[in-house]
Design a protein around this ligand. Structure first.
Ligand SMILES: [Zn+2]
Length: 377
């Protein structure tokens, strides 16, 4: 056998051993750089329309079906005080199971950002080019995968999140299928940095309080990755801070992923060069793993009104407060904040040691976490 023959055999062996398709760093990085580039003008106004066209083009390239009655775009009429017309961009990968194809899993991320203000570009690389990159890479991975989903998987890029979740609110009020047929809604907003710039391996996940049976799936997908899952109840944030809001209020099972706020949030310095791409890749692969599993599962947990706040939540808050406390100077944490943190840590140490958290303890911990998070960044 000649050298060429050996090379060919090796190529076949390598191809056979290849990993199944999953979100990959070079693609994610390319998307973030493109979405955060000056050509897309901070993804508002004309730049927003260009971004919608770009996402549509990718859906077409992947051979996905339009979501809205033959259209990829869903026009959002102006609703005061918002005067601009918005556009959600959605596509569907049809489920193969005759019984489950009319059940839906939605993977989503908002694509809009703050635009150009006073001649200054707000590139929004973390907020939320990172989430859109995850969305498009999850779509590519599922399309290129050998196995077909049993449920239908919807890929949804929301507009007008920054002005008050207008895109997701309009979608939830005007869905192309009954809202009850959504088995799981996932959204990611800012998944390329870390809370305060210091909680480096942490990714927050909210929503499992209503679907606790999905928690083991998340830990399974996170196993072996350089990630710490921060399980939190969505009530920690007083307002719905991203596109899960309109689904949460309609009791659609949801998961919200975010690496949290940091000093570059809503600043012109949220640039593509400064993102943590290895972390974005790990989180995107984790989300893709959950979606792929949910797409073929026999059954998925239904929404439960009985909220379940696990000990993991207390551990998450304790670990975050410890890291913030250790970075007091860098984060300019003042004496009053340090006092709140110290009190919460005393309660948390007791809770974690005992292994249970009472409703009163949780309320005081959540209150402390809110105070720290609202005032520290
Ligand atoms: Zn955002």
């Amino acid at each position: 056998m000649g050298v060429a023959g050996v090379a060919a055999l090796l190529a076949i062996a390598t191809a056979g051993a290849a990993e199944p398709p999953r979100p990959e760093r070079p693609h994610l990085e390319r998307w973030v750089k493109l979405l955060a580039s000056p050509e897309l003008e901070g993804r508002s106004g004309e730049g927003g329309r260009k971004t919608a066209a770009l996402i549509t083009e990718e859906y077409r390239r992947l051979g996905l079906e339009p979501l809205f009655d033959g259209q990829f775009g869903q026009e959002i009429p102006p609703a005061p005080p918002v005067e601009a017309v918005g556009r959600n961009v959605g596509a569907i990968l049809r489920g193969a199971d005759p019984e489950l194809k009319d059940r839906f899993i939605i993977v989503s991320a908002h694509y809009d950002h703050l635009g150009v203000r006073g001649g200054v570009l707000y590139p929004g690389a973390d907020d939320n080019a990172s989430g859109v990159a995850m969305l498009l890479e999850t779509a590519r991975s599922l399309v290129e995968s050998a196995g077909k989903p049993r449920r239908s998987v919807v890929f949804l890029a929301f507009d007008q999140e920054e002005v008050g979740l207008y895109g997701s609110r309009f979608f939830a009020a005007n869905p192309p299928f009954p809202i009850e047929s959504i088995d799981l809604f996932l959204t990611a907003d800012m998944i390329g940095r870390s809370l305060g710039g210091v909680c480096e391996d942490l990714v927050f996940v909210m929503g499992t309080e209503h679907i606790p049976a999905l928690r083991p799936w998340l830990f399974e997908e996170a196993a072996g990755r350089p990630l710490t899952l921060g399980i939190l109840g969505a009530d920690l944030l007083i307002l719905n801070r991203s596109d899960y809001g309109p689904f949460r209020s309609r009791k659609v099972p949801f998961l919200f992923f975010s690496t949290g706020e940091n000093p570059r949030y809503h600043a012109p310095s949220d640039t593509a060069e400064t993102l943590d791409y290895p972390k974005l890749t790990e989180i995107s692969q984790l989300i893709h793993g959950v979606v792929a599993k949910a797409a073929v599962a026999d059954a998925l947990p239904r929404w439960s009104d009985q909220v379940d706040h696990p000990l993991e939540e207390a551990v998450t808050i304790r670990d975050v407060l410890r890291v913030l406390d250790a970075n007091r100077a860098a984060l300019r944490i003042n004496a009053a904040q340090a006092f709140v943190i110290a009190g919460a840590l005393r309660t948390l140490d007791g809770v974690v040691e005992r292994g249970t958290v009472s409703p009163a303890e949780r309320a005081s911990i959540i209150q402390a976490a809110r105070i720290v998070l609202m005032t520290a960044f």
